[in-house]
Write a protein that binds this ligand. Structure first.
Ligand SMILES: [Zn+2]
Length: 345
């Protein structure tokens, strides 16, 4: 059957994974369950979406009636249109729910959510097409949720495809892994992201700075290019960190006070990752590993700080930032956790 399709999958890189999945679509031989794993923002969810969209596309479902090569997903049929609007009835996203009180995402995917999804997929399909379940943060399933999901994996319903997404495979039960087809997603090289950004219309300077800051994650690079405000926010959050490094204790507390008022817990966690990357950059500047630096636009400031701080001090700061992230995930007051971090620099 291959040769009948032209795949329209705008995923940057991940050639091996794409080729394999597309082949299985061409042969009509896809699995019942998949695990896509690898670092965040490198195309796992986008690939899951395109894979789902492609097998639901009517131009794929009716392929045997045509001899002409077809572009899939076609973006024109009813299924594709509904899919694009997020109203296709037979696709189920299982994501962490929002806590009504705090307006933040709950810590886990619960067993109730898994059971509700199972009930839906066990009903006869209204469209008689595939039913697809996507779990974008599979590692967030608690133990009961995992055990409940296992039942689905052990007794799969016909025409159901389950796609789990996780940062590493180690966070999932071996019994779940053994029933999934595993696909490892790799970070991209800087050159791959640089070339992609140039092709999308970025200037050379933009492409260079954004490709470095993206750290192998094309989705991050794309967002920087598409949203100038996001890019400048990224830079200014990093500037706060550098200012904290050279401020007095009293000033540092002011920075933190101001900072926690503007950000949610999830945003603070993301910024801590950024700050860790700046601290690592300072370490890299000390050892003249300039080609590995993420925040190349900070050039002079990195050099300045690389003289001010010892490598032991920086390594200690990075490990305490990691610890602070753990505290924040345990819902410890963010102001308190950050103050504790910056009081000793
Ligand atoms: Zn279509």
């Amino acid at each position: 059957m291959s040769g009948k399709f032209e795949f329209d999958w705008p995923v940057v890189g991940q050639t091996k994974v794409k080729t394999y999945l597309q082949k299985s679509i061409s042969n009509g031989s896809f699995s019942h369950a998949y695990l896509f794993y690898g670092p965040s923002k490198i195309g796992k969810t986008l690939t899951a979406k395109l894979f789902a969209n492609t097998i639901l596309c009517e131009k794929y479902q009716t392929i045997n009636q045509s001899e002409q090569p077809r572009k899939i997903p076609c973006h024109e049929c009813d299924a594709c249109r509904q899919f694009a609007k997020n109203i296709y009835p037979d696709i189920y996203w299982v994501e962490r729910e929002i806590n009504e009180k705090t307006k933040e995402k709950k810590a886990n995917i619960t067993v109730a959510q898994i059971r509700a999804t199972q009930e839906k997929i066990n009903k006869r399909s209204f469209l008689n097409s595939y039913k697809i379940v996507i779990i974008p943060e599979a590692e967030r399933m608690n133990k009961e949720a995992c055990n409940s999901l296992l039942k689905t994996l052990e007794e799969p319903s016909a025409r159901t495809v389950l796609i789990l997404i996780a940062s590493t495979k180690e966070t999932l039960l071996p019994t779940i892994l053994s029933r999934c087809q595993l696909f490892k997603f790799m970070p991209l090289t800087r050159d791959e992201i640089y070339d992609y950004l140039l092709a999308q219309g970025a200037s050379r300077t933009q492409a260079k700075e954004m490709a470095s800051a993206a750290q192998g994650r094309p989705t991050v690079a794309m967002k920087f290019l598409a949203d100038a405000e996001k890019w400048s926010q990224y830079k200014s959050d990093n500037s706060v960190f550098l200012e904290i490094l050279s401020a007095s204790v009293v000033e540092r507390f002011k920075y933190i006070d101001d900072f926690v008022q503007k950000k949610t817990n999830e945003e603070i966690l993301a910024v801590l990752d950024q700050w860790m990357s700046v601290a690592r950059d300072i370490l890299l500047a000390q050892t003249y590993n300039n080609e590995m630096i993420s925040n190349i636009y900070l050039d002079e400031l990195l050099k300045k700080n690389s003289i001010r701080f010892s490598s032991d001090k920086l390594a200690d700061l990075i490990s305490r930032m990691e610890q602070t992230k753990k505290y924040l995930r345990q819902n410890i007051n963010s102001k308190f956790a950050l103050e504790n971090l910056i009081i000793n620099i």
